[in-house]
Design a protein around this ligand. Sequence first.
Ligand SMILES: [Ca+2]
Length: 205
Amino acid sequence: MKKVIVLMLTFSLCHSGPGNDDDICPFGGSASCCNICPTNMEQRITSLETRLENAEKEVQELRRLTQGTPRVAFSAALPGSGNTGPFTTATPLTYKKVFSNTGNCYNPSTGIFTATVSGMYFFRFSMFNNMTPAPNSVVSLMKNSERLTSVWDTAATDIHDSGSNAVVISLKVGDNVYVQLEPNRAVYDDGMHYNTFSGFLLFPM
Ligand SMILES: [Ca+2]
């Protein structure tokens, strides 16, 4: 309706006669007159409508990214006190003390985070071992069956007993991330929660 009204007003101001635009242009010149004649005005309105539609789509996409998408974040620690391990095979550490688990992507029964949203993620883990004597500690952050990064600690009466590591990685729906205790290794905690596993979604992709 607005488009029709604009076109009617424009046409009433700029009714050109055949072959002589300069005589009837209300703005005193053929060039300026042509800029507001119905054909050009309609093209301008169509262009503005297209730009408005595109802007509305961008706003909707931004709203979807900032408000409408799932929120994923978790943080957990090894429970209780004492050794975990050694085991003869590589074993996911089960961080049963859950601090947060928005989105419920982390399973404290298995220690495995499973992506329900494709996107870029941040993960961090820490490890502690002050056992003497005992196996050295080696734990690795895993994406499915791929080892991403690891931390080592030598069991002895040394003063270096903890370490941490982190990654930023892209995940697809169904990808698993977990911290793996390597075979014949062990970690220790005394209830102070030195051993943690945390992660969150940075942005969907
Ligand atoms: Ca040590």
